[in-house]
Structures are given as C-alpha cells and as structure tokens.
Design a protein around this ligand. Structure first.
Ligand SMILES: C[S@@+](CC[C@H](N)C(=O)[O-])C[C@H]1O[C@@H](n2cnc3c(N)ncnc32)[C@H](O)[C@@H]1O
Length: 101
C-alpha cells in the first residue's frame, strides 16, 4: 500500500511540526546561522515575504528570546512584511502589505 501524503512529507517537515516551527524553511536559516553566524551583532531585521513566519520565528528566538542582555533585547527590532496575514509572534512587528509599495 502507498504512503499517505502525510507520510511522504520529508524529515524537515516533520521536525518543523515537532519543533513548533511554522515551516520547514526554519531549518535552512538555522543551518545558515550555524555555519556563518549571521546574527552576530544584529539588532534590526526586516523579514520580507515573511508568512507563515518561520524565519521571523528563528530571528525572534535568536535575537530576543535567547538574548540575555536586556539593553540589546530592548533595542532589537524585527519587522515582518507579507501580503498574507500572519499569526502573531512575540517580539515581531507585523505589517500586512506589498513589499514593493
Ligand atoms: C515561501 S513564502 C515565505 C516563507 C517564509 N520565509 C517563512 O520562512 O515562513 C513566500 C511569501 O511571499 C509572499 N509574497 C509574495 N510576493 C509578495 C509581495 N510583493 N509583498 C509581500 N509579500 C509577498 C507570499 O504572500 C508568501 O507568503
């Protein structure tokens, strides 16, 4: 008997669901950061075409939720923009609109 469509989903899809990430693309950003340490010293992020928000989730986790320095946490701003509405994310300012406008 063939696999159901759910079974066919790849390991990153399943890991995303288990890890509460909104999409498997979260792992791409986590892997890029593991290799290149891209969030070092970053306090301002604009996530363009952000929905459903997995990259914003990663950024918020790295820059706000895991930030121990309160001063840095206070000055950190993350803005997510998408045509589609997104469920709220702690620490992320959300704008619904066209990034080209
Ligand atoms: C593949 S999804 C992005 C996934 C997201 N990076 C994540 O990690 O969850 C692509 C998104 O681009 C958005 N999009 C496409 N054109 C856009 C535009 N001109 N302005 C704003 N959002 C746009 C779509 O609404 C869609 O949600």
């Amino acid at each position: 008997m063939g696999k159901t469509s759910k079974d066919k989903r790849d390991i990153y899809y399943r890991m995303a669901k288990e890890g509460k990430w909104r999409a498997r693309s979260a792992f791409k950003l986590l892997q890029i950061d593991d290799e290149f340490n891209i969030f070092e010293g970053v306090t301002k992020v604009v996530d363009l075409c952000a929905a459903p928000g997995s990259w914003s989730q990663v950024v918020a986790k790295k820059l706000i939720l895991e930030q121990k320095d309160e001063e840095i946490r206070k000055k950190t701003k993350i803005v997510a923009v998408d045509l589609q509405p997104m469920s709220p994310l702690e620490g992320v300012i959300q704008l619904q609109g066209d990034i080209t406008e």
